[in-house]
Design a protein around this ligand. Sequence first.
Ligand code: BDR
Ligand code: CA
Length: 310
Amino acid sequence: SRKIIIDTDPGQDDAVAILLALSSAELEIVGMTAVAGNVPLRLTEKNARKICELAGRPDIKVFAGAIRPLARELVTAEEVHGETGLNGPQLPEPTMELQDQYAVDFIVETLMKEVSGTITLCALGPLTNIALALIREPKIAPRIKEIVLMGGGFFEGGNVTPTAEFNIYVDPHAADVVLKSGIPIVMMPLDVTHKALTTAKRTQAFRKLGTRVGTATTEMLEFFERFDEEKYGTDGGPLHDPCVIAYLLKPELFRGRNCNVTVETASELTMGMTVIDWWGVTKRPNNAMVMRDIDHDAFFALLLERLGRL
Ligand code: BDR
Ligand code: CA
């Protein structure tokens, strides 16, 4: 099985991504690190634990990381995710404990300890924890197998500003560190996730599983999709973060291109914009596999089948 660290800011779509990972024997979750993003850190770390308990996995190690972005003030998204970050289902307060260790230290320690090239980082929120780990111990960079991240957008534009996607916008400086790290990166931008729509039929299919996880998933998606449905006028909202985990399980569901990606960190107008050289018009070296298309039917079939195992 493949060893992963999930860095996350749950978030209903983060939660579904975590459930997908927990239900997949191909993946071994070495640890889960929470970051401030959709809601403040004290909520994201708690939500991560709630999801582990929902899946019957209180043994997963959950760590709290950065309380705020590297340079900018924290921007949150309660209007999308609700006050708790996980509005929708009534999940009990978690009883499993948060680990004492700082998430950034855990990432560094794990990468230095495990066999080089065996750990994949799955980034589902702002990239603050991962950037801090790279700054603290640059030796981890060549030891990381791959970073698969949800973030950015190109032809699709942004979802927080006309040009910026939320995860990159919240901490553009961290994204800059990660993109310049030389680590192999796979990027799931809005161009992919806006094609993974939670139609009513797909959303209700989870409830029909007749399990606690299935019901909670439907309730999360019902809450989560209302925002984007209204905004984009689509049937269902985009299910962003599970694309990262689905890629690890079935990379053939995605199509993209190797290109150069840089992040705007100076202009207030386009702060957090991912500048993706899709047509190779610069001579800048490729630093990311940027996905653009997804087999969304197969993606939802995978989700349903896997969550049905929990
Ligand atoms: C990203 O922002 C968050 O609201 C979601 O969890 C996802 O990671 C989408 O822009
Ligand atoms: Ca997220």
